[in-house]
Design a protein around this ligand. Structure first.
Ligand SMILES: Cc1cc2nc3c(=O)[nH]c(=O)nc-3n(C[C@H](O)[C@H](O)[C@H](O)COP(=O)(O)OP(=O)(O)OC[C@H]3O[C@@H](n4cnc5c(N)ncnc54)[C@H](O)[C@@H]3O)c2cc1C
Length: 429
């Protein structure tokens, strides 16, 4: 078929869902336009290691045009999706308006703050590469600032790092940050008494990692505590200010650093696009991943809301990847007049790392902890990372850190003048 006459598939978002949808449509009798506001794909499971000065941002990102080079029927458009005209099948982007025959929405999620006063304004997020760089710079700035302060109370507040949310991201970052402080920073800042510094993890529920088996949750809790992380369970955040976190059932925590990993919700932009949205901000989709009444529109990944076995599917990369592929296949089925397939998520397990030599994994009903889980986590993350160069760089950084107890990326870039060292939400990146 002449290329221009082929059905046009527009994919919004080149994260896990969008990119895998594009790959599944490569070589198929369709014309694809993949749209993203960035010209790179981010491997978000390793964002926390950028924020913990362990990896460079570029180690976990890959240029999209490099990935799409071998897919002649896939074009890339770097633009922000602004508006969707469902009736006329048009997407308005900051670059131009695109007509589509089929649309895959894969715009991901944003941090959810549950309307908690001050949380949005005074917390750092960990959702994008810029967020991760901002968190890293902020943490290093706090130490530089503390090194110049004569007053112990202010030093303690500046060196108290509060992470809200005891899910995988919060736990992994708490472990990585605690190790950054006890290894590199202890050597870098001899003028600071490190007993004045603390990493605090706050979780509203009575347990960490609610989606994991009980034994693994207990392991995570005791391991983090053994690393010196102060874990407050059953502590709901009431308010966040520039100098503290206020909790229900607990004394306030004086802190200038709040890292928010307590919740995510579908990207709010779509709320104005006339799509059926669930209370957690995802777009309600049919089991075929189509939007009801708009069979040409599919939604995948964090932005979609679909229940399986009575529970909403989790917002994790494998769901996005599998849904991206399934939506692409259903579009090809629709074009060739074949029946559409219901999406069924194949859960191959979950794992979390807890710093050096320790992790936990739950795979097909088996759960294991410690060194084997940690090694499995390392291997799988290396395997899923895009790009040979990135794998080598990540492996080198990990080996450097493992052997020398040294974090490689302890620079504040871009530059911040010391008298302007920032507080949480105003931190530069
Ligand atoms: C810190 C962190 C750690 C994580 N760790 C894990 C883990 O260990 N294991 C796991 O399975 N999952 C993990 N996740 C979750 C996982 O990353 C997400 O579930 C997955 O990325 C969802 O894929 P997606 O395609 O829906 O969205 P994303 O991968 O987020 O992609 C969305 C894309 O849309 C683009 N975009 C957004 N809005 C616009 C717009 N208006 N215009 C143009 N482009 C736009 C973005 O730039 C992005 O490229 C983690 C997430 C985070 C933030």
């Amino acid at each position: 078929m002449e290329t221009k006459k082929r059905p046009h598939v527009v994919i919004l978002g080149a994260g896990f869902g969008g990119l895998h949808a594009a790959k599944a449509l490569a070589g198929a009798p369709v014309r694809v336009t993949l749209v993203d506001r960035n010209n790179y794909h981010t491997f978000s499971p390793l964002l926390y290691q950028v924020a913990a000065a362990e990896l460079e941002a570029s180690d976990i990102a890959y240029p999209l045009r490099g990935i799409l080079r071998k897919m002649p029927n896939v074009d890339f458009l770097m633009a922000q999706a602004e508006h969707l005209d469902l009736k006329n099948k048009k997407v308005v982007t900051t670059a131009r308006t695109l007509d589509y025959d089929f649309l895959i929405l894969a715009l991901g999620s944003v941090s959810g703050f549950f309307d908690i006063p001050g949380a949005r304004e005074h917390s750092l997020r960990l959702k994008t590469l810029e967020d991760a760089i901002r968190v890293r710079n902020h943490i290093i700035c706090c130490f530089e600032r503390a090194a110049q302060l004569p007053d112990a109370e202010s030093r303690k507040r500046i060196l108290t790092f509060t992470i809200v949310g005891g899910g995988p991201t919060g736990i992994e970052y708490a472990g990585a940050l605690s190790e950054l402080i006890s290894s590199s920073f202890t050597k870098d800042f001899p003028e600071i008494d490190m007993s004045e510094s603390s990493v605090v993890l706050v979780e509203a529920q009575n347990s960490l990692l609610p989606q994991f088996p009980h034994r693994l949750r207990r392991y995570a809790l005791s391991h983090l505590r053994s690393m010196g992380v102060k874990v407050h369970l059953g502590s709901r955040v009431r308010q966040v200010t520039g100098t503290g976190v206020f909790l229900e059932n607990h004394d306030p925590i004086p802190t200038e650093t709040v890292i928010w990993s307590a919740g995510v919700r579908g990207t709010p932009r779509v709320l104005t696009w006339g799509l059926p949205v669930s209370p957690r901000g995802g777009v309600n989709v049919l089991p075929t991943l189509q939007v009801p009444e708009h069979p040409e529109v599919y939604v995948v990944g964090d932005l979609s809301h679909l229940a399986q076995d009575g529970r909403p599917l989790p917002m994790v990369a494998p769901v996005a990847v599998q849904q991206g592929k399934a939506a692409a296949q259903n579009i090809l089925n629709a074009i060739s007049g074949k029946p559409l397939q219901r999406f069924i998520y194949k859960d191959r397990g979950s794992m979390v790392t807890l710093g050096r030599n320790s992790g936990l994994a739950s795979v097909k009903g088996f759960s294991f902890t410690g060194f084997p889980a940690w090694v499995l986590w390392l291997l799988l993350h290396l395997a899923y990372l895009i790009g040979f160069r990135n794998r080598i760089l990540v492996m080198t950084n990990w080996a450097w850190d493992y052997i020398l107890f040294e974090r490689a990326v302890r620079m504040i870039v871009p530059k911040v003048s010391v008298d302007q060292i920032p507080r949480s939400s105003s931190a530069p990146f």
